[in-house]
Write a protein that binds this ligand. Structure first.
Ligand code: ADP
Length: 262
């Protein structure tokens, strides 16, 4: 529909704009941080100045993290993909997650057997997973159940035709995070991937979590989808193209993931 097209164009424009700004901003930050570090390393500087330099450095690093997330959204980051197993990845992140989520949330994992291998930047997938789990936690203030699931999925022509984003039909390994939280009304779900879009209070949310995940998934030739029902909960599904270990081992970097059988 034309509304979907407008939304896609808007995302593209926002991506280009934020990517450009983030890139230039990061260059300036590098200079600020280098000078703060030079003061910190200088033994002849009196302590009260060192203290201020430390504050500059701390704030600069926070800003640097923000620009990193913006660059991720605009797909300008360098990815280091490797053959990975999503079940493996969920297992490694599991401990950290349980600690982050707290006592009042029950965590359930459903791992598919014989999950297809994928070719992705592992730390980025872990960051994405953690981002989704933090959102799920925030949506379940009164407690609830969080389910992390992996599955082999074949996306049909029919399915891809219905998606706003361009996605190739074919075989994907899916990683999803479901919560039994507040859910999202359609207007919020539509805007959720926009950078800086947040419904959380100042200081709680940056509105960059999902936009970062979105940028990363798109750059990985994957697909992301949110289904949600107000009062019942939300499921976010990330799809990564099935990879053939032999293909990934080949010297030339693959630009486009090819679905099997094509
Ligand atoms: P942030 O978490 O900093 O607000 P995000 O980009 O991660 O930024 O999310 C944007 C918005 O999408 C959130 O403020 C919230 O309104 C909504 N949202 C994201 N995940 C969920 C979820 N699991 N349940 C309900 N709402 C969600």
């Amino acid at each position: 529909t034309s509304e979907q097209l407008m939304q896609a164009q808007k995302m593209e424009a926002v991506g280009q704009l934020t990517g450009g700004v983030a890139h230039d901003f990061n260059n300036i930050l590098t200079i600020v941080l280098a000078n703060a570090d030079a003061i910190l390393d200088d033994d002849s500087v009196p302590p009260h100045i060192t203290k201020r330099a430390q504050r500059i450095s701390d704030a600069g690093q926070k800003a640097s993290e923000l620009t990193r997330q913006l660059l991720a959204f605009s797909r300008k980051q360098v990815l280091k993909p490797e053959i990975s197993d999503l079940n493996d990845l969920v297992a490694t992140t599991g401990k950290l997650l349980r600690r982050t989520l707290g006592e009042h949330i029950e965590v359930q994992t459903i791992a598919a057997s014989n999950l297809w291998p994928i070719y992705v930047d592992r730390p980025q997938v872990e960051t994405a997973l953690i981002n989704l789990c933090i959102n799920a936690r925030d949506a379940m203030a009164g407690g609830g159940r969080l389910t992390v699931e992996t599955r082999n999925v074949t996306l049909s022509w029919d399915y891809v035709a219905r998606q706003e984003d361009e996605v190739a039909p074919g075989e994907y390994a899916m990683l999803s995070v479901s919560d039994t939280g507040s859910g999202m009304p359609p207007d919020i779900r539509r805007r959720a991937f926009e950078p800086f879009f947040t419904t959380k209070e100042v200081g709680k949310g940056t509105g960059l979590g999902l936009s970062m995940v979105y940028g990363f998934i798109r750059q990985s030739n994957g697909h992301i989808e949110i289904t949600s029902e107000v009062g019942r909960g939300t499921t976010v599904r990330m799809y990564f193209p099935r990879s053939d270990p032999a293909v990934a081992a080949a010297p030339a970097p693959r630009k486009q993931a090819m679905p099997r059988g094509s």
